[in-house]
Design a protein around this ligand. Structure first.
Ligand code: UD1
Ligand code: UDP
Length: 386
């Protein structure tokens, strides 16, 4: 099959690491399009290097913007590309704006959408990712789910059972592929810290960063944590710390730029505990055996809490510190969730071998030709090839 996969943001790159080689090995013509949602070398290039991901064939230079500007620009450029390339299916991964843009552009061209990491739900419509997940799943012809619960969520939303394939968690496969190399790095030493002697923190969700009192509470908890806190700061968080006047001048907080994937796995593996609001970090810490404290009201990664790897706390300094103390004291022998293993991409290939049933009403209607003609006539100016 001719398959195009859309990536745009940091967590997307990690999800396609094991996928593209498996698709190519199975004989599919599999290419990547990078929307350019994340563009700094440390938010993008480093992941292609660390995970040996093939170069994207197309780079759409979408960049930053409001949700509508970013999603709309990505949609327009993807429509032009898809109208010319006409793949047999478009694969979208995760829940970022590039995921939504890909699903919308392809569905309107009657190109089957395959969603990898389908069915996760936080049941919190204030999260942009929840909106993206819901829409992408409604538009998808094939749903590749990371957990059994994700499949149950889709069934409740009237997705036909035959479209749902429980392939497992592709982030887990990436961890298993790279953890041994990452552990050799002891990346904490280049931050002046020793294995087991620090807490690792990440923070980028608007529910925390866009509320000055919550951001200040999280930073206050870091300042009073029982171990030094290593905090690689996401580019959206850094200006907000300054804008909200949140002081970081304490010797207990070690600020850093974002780090690459292998260094991040090393830092997670060697941390005594992790404090985060990241989806991917909740999963990776569960795989690496490091207890996690998630500063959020809810999580679509509930399985990590159920197995005992993760706990949810509100963005209040006392609650974060109590969660951290509990995490530091907790046993690390939780069971790994079902199908969080090293053959997730293989299961994706098996699911594809069963064929893709077009979305209802799209059977036998390859493309709406008017739309394809209109889009392809403007395709010479963009998208730009990489
Ligand atoms: C996006 C995703 C979020 C995901 C996160 C992963 C959406 C709605 N959000 O959030 O689900 O968890 O990526 O990290 O898709 N910026 C840079 N350099 C870059 C990229 C971004 O400086 O390479 C800055 C820009 O100021 C930009 C801001 O970060 O405005 C936010 O970037 P954006 O991609 O819009 O959202 P994220 O917060 O990164
Ligand atoms: N990550 C990284 N360097 C960092 C912070 C995160 O490599 O400085 C990785 C992390 O290990 C995980 C992914 O980025 O694989 C998660 O991305 P992020 O937290 O930005 O997004 P989310 O998963 O919340 O959508």
């Amino acid at each position: 099959m001719r398959l195009i996969t859309v990536v745009g943001a940091r967590p997307n790159f990690i999800k396609v690491g094991p996928l593209i080689p498996a698709l190519r090995e199975a004989g599919h013509e599999a290419d990547l399009v990078h929307t350019g949602q994340h563009y700094d070398a440390i938010m993008s290039d480093v992941f292609f290097r660390d995970l040996a991901i093939p170069e994207p064939r197309w780079y759409l230079e979408v960049g930053s913007g409001t949700h509508a500007v970013q999603t709309g620009t990505a949609m327009m450029r993807l429509e032009e590309l898809l109208a010319v390339e006409r793949p047999d299916a478009l694969i979208v991964v995760g829940d970022v704006n590039s995921t939504l843009a890909g699903a919308l552009a392809a569905a309107k061209l009657h190109i089957p959408v395959i969603h990898l990491e389908a069915g996760l739900r936080s049941f919190d419509m204030s999260m942009p990712e929840e909106v993206n997940r819901l829409v992408a799943d409604q538009l998808s012809a094939m749903h590749l789910t990371p957990t059994r619960e994700a499949g149950e969520n889709l069934l409740r939303e009237n997705v036909e059972e035959s479209r749902i394939h429980f392939v497992g968690n592709i982030m887990a496969e990436s961890v298993l592929m790279h953890a041994a190399d990452a552990r050799l790095r002891a990346a904490c030493r280049s931050h002046g810290l020793e294995p087991g002697g620090y807490v690792l923190a990440t923070l980028h969700r608007p529910e925390n960063t866009d509320h000055p009192e919550r951001l200040a509470a999280v930073v206050a908890a870091f300042a009073h944590a029982p171990l030094p806190v290593l905090f690689p700061v996401h580019p959206r968080t850094r200006p907000l710390l300054a804008e909200h006047g949140v002081g970081l001048e304490t010797s207990n907080i070690h600020l850093a730029d974002p780090v690459g994937y292998l260094d991040m796995l090393s830092l997670q593996a060697d941390a005594a505990a992790i404090v985060t609001d990241s989806g991917g970090v909740q999963e990776e810490s569960c795989m690496l055996g490091t207890p996690c404290v998630t500063v959020r009201r809810n999580t679509e990664r509930a399985v990590t809490v159920e197995v005992g790897a993760n706990r949810l706390v509100p963005a209040e300094d006392d609650a974060i510190l109590a969660g951290l103390v509990e995490a530091l004291d907790s046993p690390r022998d939780w069971p790994r969730p079902d199908r969080w293993d090293a053959v997730v991409a293989t299961r994706v290939v098996e699911a594809l071998a069963g064929g893709i049933t077009p979305s209802n009403g799209c059977e036998g209607q390859a493309y709406p030709h008017g739309a394809a003609r209109a889009a392809s006539s403007t395709a010479s100016s963009s998208p730009s090839a990489s």
